[in-house]
Design a protein around this ligand. Sequence first.
Ligand code: PMP
Length: 285
Amino acid sequence: YDDRDGKIWMDGELVDWRDANVHILTHALHYASSVFEGERCYNGKIFKSIEHSERLRKSGELLDMPLPYSVAEIEAAKEATLKANGFTDAYVRVIAWRGAGEDMGVAAKRNPIRMAVAAWEWGNYYGDAKFKGAKLDIAKWKRPSPETIPHNAKASGLYMICTMSKHAAEAKGCSDAMMFDYRGYVAEATGANIFFAKDGVVHTPLADGILNGITRQTVIGMLKAKGVEVQERRIEASELADMQQCWLTGTAAEITPVGQIGDYTFEVGQMIKDLSSEYEALVRA
Ligand code: PMP
C-alpha cells in the first residue's frame, strides 16, 4: 500500500505517497500518542469537514497533545490533499501524532506534534452488506470505562481492542463485531455507532462510553426532523431479541443495515432504506 502514486500532506508540505514515512522511534508508535479522523468527500466537498477538524483538535487536547494547527489550517491541508490527488469523491484520513525527538520515555513534551493528511478512493466499508445487511459477531472485549480512557477522543489507542475484535469476527465469517461497554450495555461496533428500531421507535446507546459519531448525531437529527421518536438510553443485551431493525452509522460505514448479531436477526426494513437514501442525498447536497 505504500508503493503507489499520489500525494500526502505532511507537516505543511505535499510529499510523494512513497516518501510519507516516519522514524521508527516515533513516540506514537511506542505509546499510542496519536489521534485521527476519517472523513468522506462527496462531489468535491467533505461532509461535516469543520466538525471533523474540531473533533481532531479536541481529541488532541484530551490526550494532552494540543495540535499546532488551527481548524482553518486543517481545512486547508485537507483541501490541498484532495486537489493534489484530483479527487472529488474520496475517504480522507487526517492523523496527528507525537513524533520522534528528545524523549524516548512515556513523557515526551519535547517531541514535536506532527500531522498528515492522506486521501484515497474507498467504496462501501462493508461491501455488499451495505444492501443485504451485515452479520456481526459479539466482541469479547468491552469498551473501557470513561474513567479508564477518554472515550470521546478518536485516539489510536482505543482501536487496539477493535482490531482484535474485528479479526475474531472476520474469522467467523462476520463483517464486524458489536461491543458491549464495561457495564454490559450495548455500545458500538469497532468503527461505527449502532441503532435499533422497534415499532417505529428508534433506540441507540447513550454517548456516555462510546465515540459520539458525527454520523450518529446527523442521523438522530434526520430522524427527529421527520418526527421519529429517538431514545438515547442504556440498552441491555437481552433487548436485542425484541428489536426489529438494526443499522450502523459512521463516516466509512455510512448507513449499513445489520441482518444479524450473534443469534439475533433483524430485517432490512423500510426505515433503514429511507434513511440510507436520505443520508445519500444529504451528503451529496
Ligand atoms: N465509533 C467508532 C469506534 C468509530 O471508529 C467511528 C468512526 N469514526 C464511529 C463510531 C463513527 O463516527 P463518525 O460517524 O464520526 O465517523
